[in-house]
Design a protein. Structure first.
Length: 575
């Protein structure tokens, strides 16, 4: 069992205990343990195997250690099974409603008997929720607004999560001798930010052997259907994987078809028809005599239709067919193009590593420059920096740069909060002394559209601000974006030469793909940043790259592919 699964189970245990009114101290211990286990570099399972005493780890006491051991040895928790007899599992869905803490959810369950999202919706609509103490009409409306996001969270998982599952499944399938070719298709291959299910395609002459091997994948908890060429299973009782076994002469056609998107395929089929051809998951056929003329490889299929092999990330029927028409397909940005990372935190605020450690890790990851951008003082929870501490940190960065013996450079930055009233959290004369000033919004996120827009546009008009971080504030499956007029943001960014971020954190991926495409058409440079809070956070860059490709960005559209010199001239253009 991997650390993410252990952490998730401990969190669920704490949540379930909350519904039964268990003591707060125990709950905190489980939740703390879960958080620490998520951050751990070593797999808990192998620590246990090598006889390590888990209580030596930060935030792990006796009770958490015992639960970890039980989970790794038996795959489940006895206590959890017992709790699930008292409290239905669906009550956990209530916790996916934004701003719904475990206390509120427990009150809904215990006082109104609400066990799932449908019942929650009905109770809100009947005005019962507002009658509970600590709720009120406003909370009731907020819950009602949030039910859709909670329902979605049940259906789709983050791309990063799907990627972890796909990687593990691929490893498992690699040892199946009956498989000739294998590829994941669907939204996962297209790099969509959330994935509904995984679609795995293989070629083989022995479908039964492939399915037997697939069925032995350890995370499968049930088989939905097994037929001659298709098998569907559920992992952990929630996530679905579809396996399709196809003959080699159809592999390309199946890959093209099942990669989608549906909208992209509608246009592809139209193309075929206009040429007197028919295309489906088995191949491309001549309509006149019904003979197959392509299907073995994806490039054959597209070539027969007079089309290029589109990067999967662009197959959404947005601009790709126009680009193909004009022979102007963008060459999408790649991970190896990235030269710097311009948003990260250190131990000075809520990060886990020092400036030096972040710099060393960035060097090791092949970067040429970084910006240290800790929080400003408004973010008190993260011990945000005031003027004095910030200026002291910048001095320290000067000293580290001075004694460095290569050309790696640390830029002096800050992630300065845009306050509720629109002011910047730090004075202009301080911001003027930095190299790289990020503005972002963490408070007052539910203000009305005009107010939020004014705050962000106001920050863009500040001559010292070089970039807006996570411009819409959304958290996938957790929180809707702020209500902001993005067209106004793009206009102001364009006029002033302000850069916009694509935050690579798999939970954010903010800007989204459509916004990136819009920013690109305005000529606004995008910066792909990890917002790393520890050295391992740099690994998130790959999620940002995927999203940038979804937004059809080229190397030239991305500011942190530039040399430091080019980047500095971009910063100098800020008005
Ligand atoms: P997901 O799983 O909801 O994240 O999104 P997809 O795109 O992976 O959708 P999925 O798994 O239902 O189907 C995979 C691909 O197969 C889809 O992108 C296009 C193709 N496909 C599936 N069903 C249909 C259909 O009824 N019509 C057409 N034209 N294509 C389909
Ligand atoms: Ca799918
Ligand atoms: Ca599917
Ligand atoms: Zn940040």
């Amino acid at each position: 069992m991997d650390n993410a699964k252990i952490a998730k189970t401990l969190d669920q245990l704490a949540d379930l205990l909350e519904f039964t009114g268990a003591n707060a101290f125990r709950l905190r211990a489980y939740r703390n343990g879960a958080r620490n286990i998520r951050d751990l570099a070593d797999p808990i399972a192998s620590l246990i195997e090598s006889g390590e005493n888990l209580t030596k780890l930060d935030g792990i006491g006796n009770s958490v250690a015992a639960k970890c051991k039980e989970l790794c040895e038996t795959g489940k928790l006895q206590q959890m099974e017992e709790l699930l007899e008292q409290v239905p599992r669906t009550v956990l869905d209530l916790l996916n409603v934004p701003k719904m803490g475990p206390k509120k959810a427990a009150a809904l369950f215990n006082e109104l008997g609400i066990e799932n999202l449908e019942q929650l919706q009905a109770a809100c609509e009947a005005g019962q929720v507002r009658e509970l103490s600590g709720f009120g009409a406003k909370t009731e409306q907020a819950i009602l607004d949030g039910i859709a996001i909670a329902a979605d969270a049940n259906k789709r998982i983050l791309w990063a999560h799907a990627d972890a599952i796909a990687t593990k499944l691929r490893q498992h399938m690699d040892s199946c001798d009956a498989i000739a070719q294998m590829e994941f298709a669907g939204s996962y291959r297209r790099g969509k930010e959330t994935v509904g299910d995984l679609d795995l395609l293989v070629t083989s002459t022995d479908s039964a052997a492939v399915m037997d091997h697939f069925a032995a994948f350890a995370d499968i908890t049930s088989t939905i259907v097994r037929g001659g060429t298709k098998m569907s299973v559920r992992l952990d009782e929630e996530f679905q994987v579809d396996l399709r076994v196809v003959p080699a002469e159809s592999f390309g056609a199946a890959l093209q078809y099942f990669t989608g998107s549906k909208e992209h395929n509608v246009v592809v089929r139209g193309r075929a028809k206009a040429k007197g051809l028919k295309v489906n998951e088995w191949g491309v056929y001549d309509l006149e005599n019904d003979t197959q003329i392509a299907g073995k490889s994806e490039s054959d299929v597209y070539a027969t239709l007079g089309l290029p092999v589109f990067d999967p990330e662009t197959r959404e029927s947005r601009r790709e067919f126009d680009w193909a028409e004009n022979d102007d397909l963008p060459k999408l940005v790649q991970h190896k193009d990235i030269r710097g990372d311009l948003h990260m935190h250190t131990t000075e605020t809520d990060g886990k590593n020092t400036i030096q450690e972040m710099a060393d890790a960035a060097r090791a990851a092949g970067l040429k420059y970084i910006a240290i951008t800790d929080h400003s003082k408004r973010v008190a929870m993260a011990n945000g920096l005031d003027e004095d501490r910030l200026l002291a940190q910048w001095k320290q960065i000067d000293a580290i740069n001075a004694k460095s013996d290569d050309d790696f450079v640390i830029l002096k930055g800050i992630e300065c909060d845009i306050l509720e009233n629109g002011d910047m959290d730090l004075p202009d004369e301080v911001l003027a002394q930095g190299d790289w000033i990020i503005a972002s919004l963490h408070y007052g996120q539910s203000q009305p559209r005009q107010q939020i827009t004014d705050r962000i546009v106001g920050a863009i008009r500040n001559p010292h601000v070089t970039m807006i971080a996570h411009p819409t504030g959304r958290l996938l499956n957790k929180r809707e974006p702020y209500d902001v007029d993005m067209e106004a943001v793009f206009q102001a960014a364009k006029e002033t030469g302000t850069l916009l971020e694509l935050n690579a954190n798999p939970l954010r991926l903010d800007l989204n793909d459509r916004h990136l495409l819009a920013a690109k058409s305005h000529g606004i440079p995008i910066v792909i940043n990890t917002d790393a809070h520890k050295t391992r956070g740099f690994a998130d860059m790959k999620f940002g790259i995927k999203q940038a490709r979804r937004g059809c960005l080229t190397k030239n559209d991305v500011a942190n592919t530039k040399t430091l010199k080019q980047l500095k001239s971009l910063i100098a253009k800020k008005k």
